[in-house]
Design a protein. Structure first.
Length: 314
């Protein structure tokens, strides 16, 4: 079997339109140009986008706004701009406007290098091994509209029923969940069951924060401070997205994995026979009120145990 190049592994995480753009965009960094290897007709638009990002990153003629700069770089990177990939890589390498993440930086530098960016090779050597980890902004967004249409639950009514100290956490969850292609109602079901929206919650098993991340899970999903609500929620949502892909949208198995670990679910080929986990799954399903959820099969291959169950007709 032919080896899969790093660029193809990264491109698999992009939308179909962006993937086509990336694969069609050849060439090298043009002298005097901010953009490398973009198709004709898109160069001007992307050039302007990258210039806006540069101005916001460095405060050139506009108020400095590195977070917004990162968003614009990511948008341009999705459309195939090598310069945007390179610049966003440096933002992750330096923790400027985004949380520092050398793995993301390595991926972005590798993308830029594959497209012929002349500075990417040296930068790539400075940030450690390439792993293929992709920033959330480069993951597909095609599921966002799909689940929004399915879930007519009134979030505002739910918010109004909560005490003030919990509303900010709930608002964070409902804002962040769609970015991970998670229905807010499912994310809220996890958070209320795990910690009742308490950012300072700690369990006897050392699970921490709103989404009750154990140290291993926090490390796995690049959470540096589990008591920081934004980091914690993002880590929990990233894990839930992974579980939904692993169990191909089966909510009961995904949330059982969140509670007991995917290893236990695979071992028992279903919800483990632990009273705590079974009660947990029942509570989540009672709140969420559906047994399936859209998932992105590109996040991870399906669970071997799930594949075996399907093959057996169960």
């Amino acid at each position: 079997m032919a080896a899969v190049t790093p660029m193809l592994r990264v491109a698999a995480c992009l939308s179909a339109r962006s993937l086509r753009t990336v694969l069609l965009a050849g060439g090298t960094l043009a002298a005097g140009s901010a953009i490398a290897g973009v198709p004709d007709g898109l160069t001007g638009e992307l050039h302007e986008l990258v210039e806006q990002a540069v101005a916001l990153e460095h405060g050139e003629g506009v108020p400095r706004d590195p977070a917004r700069a990162a968003d614009l770089y990511c948008e341009a990177a999705r459309a195939g701009s090598a310069e945007a990939m390179y610049s966003l890589g440096w933002m992750y390498a330096n923790g400027r406007g985004v949380d520092r993440n050398d793995a993301y930086a390595a991926t972005l530098f590798e993308m830029a290098l594959t497209k012929g960016h002349v500075g990417a090779e040296k930068a790539r050597r400075l940030v450690g091994d390439y792993t293929g980890d992709v920033p959330d902004c480069l993951l597909p967004r095609v599921l966002d509209r799909g689940f929004a249409a399915r879930d007519s639950w009134d979030t505002r009514k739910y918010l109004a029923s909560l005490p003030e100290q919990k509303k900010k956490v709930v608002e964070l969850i409902t804002t962040l969940a769609p970015r991970f292609s998670i229905e807010p109602r499912l994310a809220l079901a996890i958070a209320t069951t795990e910690s009742n929206f308490d950012p300072n919650a700690t369990s006897p098993k050392s699970a921490m924060g709103v989404m009750q991340l154990i140290p291993e899970t926090a490390s796995r999903f690049n959470v540096k401070d589990s008591y920081d609500p934004v980091q914690n929620i993002k880590g929990g949502l990233a894990y839930l997205r992974w579980l939904l892909a692993y169990y191909q949208g089966n909510v009961a198995l995904a949330v059982a994995g969140y509670n007991a670990g995917e290893g236990a679910v695979d071992r028992y080929r279903g919800v483990p026979p632990y009273k705590e986990t079974q009660n947990y799954v029942r509570r989540i399903l009672a709140f969420f009120q559906r047994h399936d959820h859209p998932f992105d099969a590109r996040v991870v291959a399906a669970s071997p145990a799930l594949q075996a169950l399907k093959a057996a007709g169960q």
